[in-house]
Design a protein around this ligand. Structure first.
Ligand code: ARG
Length: 466
């Protein structure tokens, strides 16, 4: 069939051009959005008297049939159709004739693609948020069971101070919560309909862009037609937000890789979410976590690629923007599957609390508590307290035990001002719970943080804006 735009051409396009120019191999993913947009557009054309009710009904029926065919895999996507917009419009005309030819009145592919892609981006934004919330929910459930599980808190990957495992998980949750909020903010920023902008300058019909916008679930139409057809900020915001999500996931994944090693031994992945080695029969590899760590790379690439496409583009629409889609599809798919598998592997993770405790006994991590005790309970100036603590640590070291394992008498011997009760202060649980300042690691503070996040999640679940 001749191309829908072939009127002023006398020769067919070359096959090479068709291959180079077409977006149908990838933008067929937007078929649902395209059909939704066309239905809303035809409703509006009917409302303003440009289409008869019969034509509108025929268009709706035709589009429904096409949707069925696509869903059932019976629709043939042809390279010669160039893109999803022309494929669907062409198929509609084949089916319903003249009514189909009237559908493209008062619209252009430029506002059509801007609409379809924006709908896809907004929908993906919601899906990613809902997966993030599910992940946070799972993390909070695990965290609530481990608010007394001691582990070494680290800085520079060195044992620093005792924390509880739940507290560590809550730290992850905070990052994912910010991701949800970032996505929510850009959802609101971009929830405007570009349809009706025409090619670049609006259309010479008395259209009702408000009704189309509301019909499609947007807050309102966009302001300026030229901006509407050339803007891809909505896609860039999503790419950036996904890059952030994946950066956070990569940090979580890195800790899981470390923790599942023999050296740490804090967690084991279930067999369902581990892989073996083709040569070393004994091995169980954390491939899931490693892939999660590695997947961030492609999402950063997708962001930079689209930023580069958009840089320096003159207004309004340019074909360059056709390059906006594949990276977004890839980032969205990457984020969705990553969030899902991360949650699933956490749900089935075995947590070795004994090993965490054992590791907390390495590195004299209650040394700060000894110095604080000498200052607060014994009236020793901090500089001296620091020095005495150093001596006690060296002594524990020479005996091959942790500071928290020394007997009270052994510590009292270091300075006559040291008061009894010092041993208790060095107990790891006491030390963890001493950090009871707002946001701190004490069991009480951790539980409070969990509760706040759970309340936030409940509110999110009620928020119908996704
Ligand atoms: N396939 C095109 C894209 O993805 C649709 C818009 C084409 N508009 C045009 N005037 N060539 O951007």
């Amino acid at each position: 069939m001749a191309k829908l735009w072939s009127g002023r051409f006398s020769k067919d396009s070359s096959k090479l051009l068709d291959e180079f120019n077409a977006s149908i191999p990838f933008d067929q993913k937007l078929w649902e959005q395209d059909i939704r947009g066309s239905k809303a557009h035809s409703d509006m054309l009917c409302e303003i008297g440009v289409l008869s009710a019969e034509d509108r009904d025929a268009i709706h029926r035709g589009l429904d049939e096409i949707a069925c065919e696509i869903l059932e895999g019976r629709f043939e996507f042809k390279l010669s159709d160039e893109d999803i917009h022309m494929a669907i419009e062409g198929a509609l005309i084949e089916r319903i004739g003249d009514a189909g030819k009237r559908l493209h009145t008062a619209r252009s592919r430029n506002d059509q693609v801007a609409l379809d892609f924006r709908l896809f981006v907004l929908q993906s934004n919601q899906q990613i948020r809902s997966k993030l919330c599910a992940l946070i929910d799972t993390l909070l459930k695990i965290a609530s069971n481990h608010t007394e599980t001691l582990m070494p808190g680290m800085t520079h990957l060195q044992h620093a101070q005792p924390i509880n495992f739940g507290f560590h998980l809550v730290a992850w949750c905070c990052a994912f919560k910010r991701d949800v909020e970032r996505l929510q903010a850009s959802y609101e920023r971009h929830n405007y309909s570009p349809l009706g902008s025409g090619a670049l300058a609006g259309v010479p019909y008395r259209t009702n862009r408000e009704s189309v916008a509301h019909n499609l679930g947007f807050i309102a139409p966009t302001l300026n037609a030229m901006d509407s057809v050339s803007d891809r900020d909505f896609a860039l915001d999503l790419l950036y937000e996904i890059a952030m999500v994946m950066m956070h996931i990569s940090r979580v994944a890195e800790e899981l890789v470390l923790w599942s090693s023999y050296e740490f031994g804090f967690v084991s992945f279930s067999d369902e979410y581990s892989t073996g080695s083709s040569i070393m029969p004994q091995k169980k590899n954390p491939d899931v976590a490693e892939l999660l760590r590695g997947k961030s790379g492609r999402t950063y690439g997708n962001l930079i690629a689209l930023l580069t496409v958009m840089k320096g583009l003159p207004l309004a629409y340019n074909k360059d923007t056709q390059e906006d889609k594949e990276g977004v599809f890839d980032s969205v798919q990457t984020a969705l599957i990553s969030l899902e598998i991360l949650e699933a592997s956490l749900q089935t993770l075995t947590i070795h609390t004994d090993r965490m405790h054992q590791m907390a006994l390495i590195g004299h991590i209650s040394a700060t508590d000894l110095a604080d005790f000498l200052v607060q309970s014994c009236g020793i100036p901090f500089r001296e307290a620091h020095h005495i603590t150093g001596e006690v640590v060296a002594y524990a070291e020479s005996r091959g035990v942790d500071l928290s394992e020394l007997a009270e008498d052994e510590i009292l011997g270091f300075d006559s001002r040291i008061k009894t009760g010092v041993k208790q202060a060095l107990d790891l649980h006491t030390s963890m719970n001493a950090r009871d300042s707002l946001g701190g690691t004490s069991t009480k503070q951790t539980l409070a943080q969990i509760q706040i996040l759970q309340q936030w999640l409940t509110l999110k679940a009620k928020d119908h804006n996704g």
